[in-house]
Ligand binder design. Structure first.
Ligand code: SF4
Length: 379
């Protein structure tokens, strides 16, 4: 099972309750960003380019609990920045667990091993470790040599200590599907509960603008990765979202599905875009002109987006939207191999692209611009 039965039951009953109440727009996962500070400076990230005073700011535990209560989601993801840099993260996590929220604490795991003792294993807590691929690919993606080995050491330590551990893999142009499949094997062997995979988003603040995937290339890549699936792989994403990534399903974005709360307030309209902020969750829901977002809207910022934070809730909504949705989801769960000769051919003929040089951003990202990227290796 990709998630514990109690979690699947909690989410299913929450969604059905929203449907019975006739709520057309409801949130599913709160994206709680208590800080933007990070101990990595990934080239595809749009968060770490803020000035130093923003990077120093953080939400208090009370502000986090208030946001959780305001939006009422059964699940809370804590991205950032690197949450383990927040001095009160253990208190925030404990408070959310006490409120019976299913928490995914996202981390690059550089500090996970040394901070594990500050947390208690719980069915409500999962460390969602950011690992973008096998060693070479992950190190390139996070602009840090050795980042992969440290992250995997953190994964193994957390698994050994009895924590739920999931992973979060973001793919950019140049990803090698054969290597991604081998990466899935490695994660399963390391004992992770389940994996999540998503294409990256073209953050306009990200230093590396060359490696984002367009929609057609995303579908081709995900078809080759997720077809002919191994029975040992477990995923913690909606099966319908995964069919969407493979080009088997059309979904429209649900930008309110994963609302984001940070030091700036409630972010409009989604986790990825910053078209202003609202002071309350209610104000967010009432003041965003939702029709202006999503690929169908023609908004150029949404043109290539297929990311998990926009479409996972769409997949869940599809499942619970009709009997057909339920049947198709059940089929996707029980017949998850997706045999596809064309995809196998793609895999066999795929020529891995060179990453180009690994760029490593030196010292504090707060004080360095993209032009200060330092080449540390090349091929
Ligand atoms: S398509 Fe992507 S960028 Fe646009 S609103 Fe949806 S999640 Fe946000």
């Amino acid at each position: 099972m990709a998630v514990p039965v109690s979690q699947a039951w909690t989410v299913a009953t929450y969604v059905l309750k929203q449907k019975l109440m006739g709520r057309k727009k409801y949130p599913l996962v709160l994206m709680l960003e208590p800080l933007f500070r990070c101990n990595l400076a990934c080239a595809g990230c749009g968060k770490i380019q803020y000035p130093a005073h923003i990077l120093k700011a953080e939400l208090s535990p009370e502000e986090c609990f208030k946001a959780v209560e305001e939006c009422g989601t059964p699940m809370v993801a804590i991205p950032g920045g690197e949450p383990l840099l927040h001095p009160k993260m253990p208190e925030i996590v404990a408070g959310l667990v006490a409120r019976k929220k299913y928490v995914y604490m996202c981390t690059n795991a550089l500090l996970l091993k040394e901070k594990l003792h500050l947390f208690k294993p719980s069915k409500y807590l999962s460390f969602s470790v950011h690992v973008d691929g096998q060693k070479e690919h992950h190190d390139f993606s996070v602009c840090r040599e050795g980042g992969h080995d440290i992250a995997m050491e953190g994964v193994r330590a957390a698994v050994a200590a009895g924590f739920r551990v999931t992973t979060n893999t973001t793919l950019f142009d140049g990803a090698d599907p054969n290597s991604v499949r081998a990466h899935f094997d490695e994660l399963m062997i390391a004992g992770v509960e389940s994996m999540m995979v998503s294409p990256g988003y073209t953050y306009d603040k990200a230093p590396d603008q060359k490696h984002f995937l367009g929609r057609a290339r995303s579908k081709k890549l995900f078809r080759s990765i997720l077809s002919n699936r191994k029975s040992t792989w477990r995923f913690n994403a909606s099966p319908i979202f995964m069919e969407f990534l493979m080009g088997k399903k059309d979904l429209t974005c649900t930008p309110w599905g994963m609302p984001t709360f940070s030091i700036f307030g409630w972010q409009k309209p989604c986790y990825l875009l910053q078209d202003g902020y609202a002071d309350s969750f209610q104000e967010l829901m009432e003041t965003v002109e939702w029709q202006n977002y999503g690929t169908e809207s023609g908004n150029p910022q949404c043109a290539n987006c297929m990311v998990h934070s926009g479409y996972e809730a769409s997949g869940v909504n599809y499942t619970f939207g009709s009997l057909k949705g339920l049947m198709q989801t059940a089929k996707a769960i029980f017949f998850s191999k997706y045999e596809d000769e064309g995809a196998m051919k793609l895999l066999n003929e795929w020529k891995p692209a060179s990453h180009g040089p690994l760029v490593q951003i030196a010292s504090s990202p707060a004080t360095h611009s993209a032009s200060e990227l330092q080449e540390v290796s090349g091929d």
